[in-house]
Design a binder for this molecule. Structure first.
Ligand code: HEC
Length: 139
């Protein structure tokens, strides 16, 4: 290869990276991540029904995110950064906007305390199936 051809080849590789990262950004702004759901425990299956009835309006089907709320199947919601306690608190008290550009989350009054364990079980199982595991919280 001549020097010129090498430069062209390198240019095309760099362009590929730039385009690829723009696609990732665009996906992020669409509020979607790809979520796969495998076999679930009985509790998680129950939680999935409640989740997709109530939370999916903003957090997307199976927590994949939507234009109204963030994906919960996302590394920032790993159990080390957002404990189960933060799920109880989010549903009981709502959440002030702090991580994302979607505004505040209103308290979800129609969700009973007794339904929460199954919802959390569902989110945690799907997180694991998508490679989201506990990371120590450093801040
Ligand atoms: C009306 C829209 C909406 C609905 C419905 C909704 N959420 Fe949210 N939720 C949000 C938004 C927006 C955020 C992100 C706030 C931020 O960090 O900027 C959020 C954040 C969260 C968080 C992170 C809390 C934290 O400490 O950062 C959890 C957990 C959560 N939601 C769980 C749920 C569950 C479970 C349900 C269903 C019972 C639900 N949400 C229903 C909009 C919603």
């Amino acid at each position: 290869m001549t020097m010129n051809k090498i430069k062209w080849a390198l240019g095309i590789i760099v362009m590929g990276f730039v385009l690829n990262s723009q696609v990732t950004l665009a996906e992020h702004f669409n509020g979607h991540v790809d979520v796969k759901v495998g076999a679930l425990s009985a509790a998680a299956e129950k939680g999935q029904i409640t989740f997709n009835r109530t939370c999916a309006a903003c957090h997307g089907n199976n927590g994949e995110g939507s234009l109204k709320g963030p994906p919960l199947i996302h590394s920032i919601y790993n159990p080390g950064h957002h404990s189960n306690q933060s799920f109880y608190s989010a549903v009981r008290n709502g959440v002030q906007q702090h991580h994302w550009p979607y505004g505040d989350m209103p308290a979800q009054k129609e969700i009973a305390f007794s339904e929460m364990a199954a919802i959390i079980q569902f989110v945690r199982e799907v997180q694991q199936q998508n490679g989201i595991v506990l990371q120590e919280h450093k801040m």
